[in-house]
Design a protein around this ligand. Structure first.
Ligand code: ADP
Ligand code: MG
Length: 676
């Protein structure tokens, strides 16, 4: 039997069970064998009643010391009660409706009881424990089960499959040796049928390694399948000219990102590069430099931003910088009128426009370019891969730059952006003062308001972020509107208070942003629309209401709206959850402004699923490895994968051919992901 055979051919599996297995994600014998136990019941080292932990089930070895009493509670509910003892301590055992089990127990005989031992003043007790013969003193795997297919049945079928299936070792011997891994067959046997805990650890190490190795190898191999050539060459000839336009000097990290990109762009291969840098690190200028160089060499560029506010902001910034140099810029968003849009499209097609900045509107089908050379997407994590791809087909193998702040932990970015080359901007521009963050409860709100006013009086500006998580919750929306009205009428009646929320028309939003930028609005009450990219350096104070409703990375992004100028900035988190986990989470963010650290913590707290949203699509599901716990294995496997990839990017060497199949299998259902 082979791993690709249908599970129906296994002993004990008919049409019906095959369907149940399908519900568990099992297609064939191979996927059945990688239906790993989600836990184990360790019956191999039973404890005494007094040793049992209070908060989780365990195995205890007890002798039945009394006869069994039946107790009718009501129809369909019979309790069976008896005493059992480990010599030191007695326990009252209660079974529910289990006549068969109760009747098969013998007085004075020892059994293993698996369950939670409860200890009260009245003594020990166990409710509905599972009962095993002492001959079963071993480690029992617990599988994810489904109605009609329980863990025990699954274990049996897997055991059958293990002895019937011919297993090929997918990993080259040299890798097994250099990473001290056990062979595949042993690993599978031990994960499903361990004799000791050490067996499980060793098996798990090996299987995690495989999974993370093939995942990373697969991602790397996608680089090999990228388009290999492009006629678009953009050099650094005009870089110094660009630098001389700026009112500041770029940080070394910014310069490095630009140089690395320009190297790609004159290599004859299309660039696929991610610029990752914390909020405020100055990613926009990296994009600007590249667009400038492209335009000077006769190529068009496009910058796509996730919101209209952000697109407009980029447009305004770059217009000021570039139009005096004779470059033609255009803004293309959903709210541009139809006739204007048509004119713009014609100009784009004829090559009259050098740089177009926009939202999703730029990926519409009828937007055409004359000679698109560079595609930039800002705040990449907001977009799906499809959108990136849609833009790049508008040119002939244009260069691609994606920019992202770091709500994604470093290790994760390897996975999400593994198909890209990466430049990291790890320093903030000079002269920035770190943002101070405080966490207060609602009772101190007035004091915080006074603090805000003090800053407004000094000519600075500020934000108040409303307790709104979903932009489409009308209740939240109403509360934002109401809250703004109250602040303007009462607490901040001597100041001009603006309101910005997701349901406003783009024109209105734009007006508010312009007023804020120009200082006409002193205090901006906003929902999370400002989260992304908004840049008003004079805004130095931010108060976030109901801070507990935001994730750590989101708080960090929000906070990144301040601390952008010369003045010291303060962020105040308001939440009435001043105890427990929530408070701990909020306190954490007051302790650091390092986006990477925050992302890592967020990952620990929320698990990987939340991070990825859209991006997770298109990645194979991990069956055994856990990206929050198995980072050491992840790195080791990554190293191994990289070595192979660098040596043999198409897996053509005979010794590497065996690696093809597992990669294909892992990525089978997720072919569409990739860059160019
Ligand atoms: P982000 O990386 O979050 O997109 P931005 O590109 O919006 O950051 O830059 C944040 C602010 O820093 C902007 O006001 C920008 O003009 C300014 N800035 C960028 N680079 C520098 C620099 N090298 N020196 C001083 N200010 C800079
Ligand atoms: Mg930005």
């Amino acid at each position: 039997m082979r791993p690709t055979d249908n599970v129906r051919f296994l002993k004990g599996v008919g049409e019906k069970r095959a369907e149940l297995f399908r519900q568990l994600g099992v297609r064939d014998v191979g996927t059945l064998l990688s239906l790993y136990p989600r836990d184990y019941k360790d019956l191999s080292h039973p404890r005494t009643l007094l040793e049992a932990p209070f908060d989780r089930p365990c195995a205890v070895k007890l002798k039945v010391t009394s006869g069994i009493k039946e107790q009718y509670i009501r129809k369909n509910m019979i309790l069976y009660k008896f005493l059992a003892s480990d010599k030191e301590t007695d326990a009252v055992i209660t079974l529910f409706n289990s006549r068969f089990v109760a009747e098969s127990l013998e007085v004075d005989k020892e059994y293993i009881f698996w369950g939670l031992v409860e200890r009260t003043l009245l003594g020990c007790s166990m409710s509905a424990p599972e009962i095993y013969e002492t001959s079963e003193q071993r480690i029992i795997p617990v599988y994810p089960q489904t109605a009609g297919l329980n863990s025990k049945a699954i274990g049996k079928i897997i055991a059958g499959a293990l002895s019937a299936c011919e297993l090929e070792e997918p990993m080259p011997q040299r890798i097994l040796e250099s990473f001290g891994l056990c062979d595949y067959k042993t690993a599978l046997h031990n994960i499903h049928n361990p004799r000791t805990k050490a067996d499980i650890t060793k098996a798990r190490n090996r299987l995690c390694f495989d999974e993370l190795f093939f995942l990373q190898l697969g991602i790397l191999l996608q680089k090999s399948t990228r388009t290999k050539e492009t006629k678009i060459k953009i050099t650094d000839r005009y870089l110094n000219e660009f630098l001389s336009l700026l009112p500041f000097t770029l940080t070394d990290a910014q310069k490095r990102a630009i140089t690395e990109s320009l190297q790609d762009m004159q290599s004859g291969k299309p660039m696929s590069r991610l610029v990752q840098g914390d909020v405020g690190s100055g990613k926009t200028m990296v994009a600007a430099a590249l667009c400038y160089c492209a335009a000077k060499e006769g190529f068009q560029s496009v910058i796509m931003a996730p919101t209209e506010v952000l697109a407009t902001q980029h447009y305004t910034t770059l217009q000021k910088l570039f139009e005096p140099q004779g470059l033609k810029l255009a803004l293309l968003t959903g709210s541009v009128t139809k006739s204007k849009k048509n004119k713009l499209k014609t100009a784009l097609k004829s090559g009259d426009i050098d740089l177009v900045i926009g939202t999703h509107a730029v990926i519409e089908d009828n937007v055409e370019f004359k000679n698109l050379g560079l595609v930039v997407t800002d705040e990449q994590h907001r977009f799906g891969v499809e959108q990136r791809t849609k833009l790049s087909v508008k040119g002939e193998h244009p260069h691609i730059l994606v920019m992202s702040a770091t709500p994604i932990p470093r290790t994760m970015s390897l996975i999400f952006y593994g198909d890209l080359d990466i430049s990291i901007i790890d320093t903030l521009p000079n002269g920035r003062q770190p943002i101070e963050t405080f966490f207060i409860d609602g009772k101190k709100r007035q004091r915080a308001f006074n603090y805000v006013k003090k800053h407004l009086d000094e000519g600075r500006q500020g934000y108040i972020i409303c307790p709104m998580v979903e932009e489409n919750e009308t209740v939240d929306l109403a509360s934002a509107v109401e809250y703004h009205a109250k602040l303007q009428a009462e607490d901040f009646k001597d100041y001009s208070v603006g309101l910005l929320h997701g349901k406003m028309k783009p024109k209105e939003k734009q007006q508010v942003m312009t007023d804020f930028k120009e200082g006409k609005i002193q205090l901006l009450v906003s929902t999370t629309v400002v989260e992304v990219g908004v840049d008003v350096p004079n805004a130095v104070i931010m108060l976030i209401e109901n801070a507990e409703r935001f994730g750590l990375s989101q708080l960090h992004q929000l906070r990144g709206r301040i601390g952008r100028g010369q003045h010291k900035s303060t962020c105040i988190l308001v939440s009435d959850y001043s105890h427990g986990d929530t408070a701990a989470r909020l306190k954490f963010i007051t302790s650091t402004t390092d986006g990477f650290k925050i992302a890592d913590e967020d990952l620990k707290l929320r698990g990987p699923g939340d991070f990825l949203g859209k991006r997770q699509h298109g990645l194979p599901e991990l069956k055994i490895a856990d990206l929050t716990e198995d980072m050491d294995i992840f790195r080791a496997a990554g190293k191994a994968a990289k070595e192979i990839y660098l040596n043999d990017p198409y897996l053509e060497l005979p010794e590497n051919r065996v690696l093809r199949k597992p990669v294909e299998r892992l990525f089978e259902t997720t072919r569409q992901f990739g860059c160019n």
